[in-house]
Design a protein around this ligand. Sequence first.
Ligand SMILES: [Fe+2]
Ligand SMILES: [Fe+2]
Length: 192
Amino acid sequence: MPESDLAARLEAALDGALGAKRARHSRAVAALAAELCEREGLDPERGRVAGLAHDLCRALPAAIQAELAAACPVPRAAELAANARFAHGPAAATVLASEYGCSDPDILEAVAFHTLPRPDSGVLTRILYLADKNEPGREFLDPAERERIVALPLAEAFRLSVEAVVDWIRSEGLPLAPETADLYDSVRVSVP
Ligand SMILES: [Fe+2]
Ligand SMILES: [Fe+2]
């Protein structure tokens, strides 16, 4: 199915699957991901689909999220099924593949790992992470800083976004998942 048809189907399903705030967030992520794809030479419709789909399972009961995540077709993504914070990504990738017929491995990877890209994750996964953390409705960055980050070259924007998330987690006194710490270390290794 062409990405534009997929985006239209996801768009139609969004309000039934999510509350108003999360549906608005998903649309904002889709718009920013499409814009970043365009800038990076990727088909913007792939970014739109990834953005619309990424939180599709967020409102499902935890046990269903875990069950869907455990069946995720993306390599290594099922490992996230046991973690309540991360399971909605692989769960959404499962639904996107099985119910929407999406077979684009980059879109499925981006959705599955949107909460926690791996150090070797692809460009679309980085774009979706960046869009998820920096869409205009997000509150943990001030708007000027967010716009500055998004305008930077992708690798630098991604690094700053990971750092901002980790700073926020620390400032809230929340525990840092080991996978997030690994990601943080990996993006900082490349700092000149
Ligand atoms: Fe999410
Ligand atoms: Fe999100």
